[in-house]
Design a protein around this ligand. Structure first.
Ligand SMILES: CC(C)(COP(=O)(O)OP(=O)(O)OC[C@H]1O[C@@H](n2cnc3c(N)ncnc32)[C@H](O)[C@@H]1OP(=O)(O)O)[C@@H](O)C(=O)NCCC(=O)NCCS
Length: 171
């Protein structure tokens, strides 16, 4: 059975104070100055991103961020890229990362997003339904270990037999 923290709320990042809490969690989870700047720029440049926070008793304890990507296939296809995902150290391994990711994917499905990519820990994301992108002919725009580039296909019909590089929006 899934672990669940009592009183956990997943909601959009929509309060002025959320950003500071997110940056603090990133610094704790990834180490100061790592993982943040590119997403920070995307966050401020895009209105089609999905940014959620996990809150417990008024405290933000985790967040997930999805931004648009383009599969450079023929014809191209838009999808989303997950990243970053971070949970405050005291609250890790209690289902918060999973709850955030599932809530985000639920919103993306409702918006008819056909696929979600992630560059991340191969030991973690497969438990959230992600599979190695190369197995579907999808490539990362950067040179990363093949098993770190993963995809979760939400609409196989829309994806069809497309293959190619999945590229994040430039910042
Ligand atoms: C990775 C992270 C987002 C997962 O969120 P979480 O709320 O801790 O994870 P969940 O509770 O949903 O899932 C927990 C399970 O995932 C696995 N897991 C969690 N983090 C993992 C990691 N870094 N590597 C491998 N497995 C991991 C564990 O098996 C764990 O289950 P267990 O405690 O029964 O062994 C969180 O631990 C985190 O912020 N870590 C630091 C930053 C980071 O590595 N971000 C992701 C980079 S792509």
């Amino acid at each position: 059975m899934d672990k669940q923290i009592a009183g956990l709320i997943i909601r959009p990042q929509n309060r002025a104070e959320d950003l500071e809490a997110i940056l603090a969690i990133n610094a704790q989870a990834f180490g100061k100055g790592r993982g943040t700047p590119a997403f920070q720029a995307l966050r401020s440049s895009a209105d089609d991103i999905v940014s959620l926070v996990a809150e417990r008793q008024g405290e933000v304890i985790g967040h997930v961020f999805f931004s648009p990507v383009t599969l450079e296939s023929e014809p191209p296809l838009g999808g989303m890229g997950l990243g970053e995902l971070a949970v405050a150290p005291d609250w890790q391994r209690q289902g918060v990362g999973k709850a955030l990711t599932e809530a985000g994917i639920h919103a993306l499905r409702a918006a008819h997003c056909p696929f979600v990519i992630v560059i991340g820990v191969p030991a973690y994301y497969p438990r959230l339904g992600f599979q190695v992108g190369g197995e579907y002919g999808l490539k990362c725009q950067w040179e990363v270990p093949p098993e770190s580039f993963m995809v979760r296909i939400l609409d196989p019909i829309a994806l069809g037999d497309r293959t190619g590089v999945a590229r994040y929006r430039d910042v």
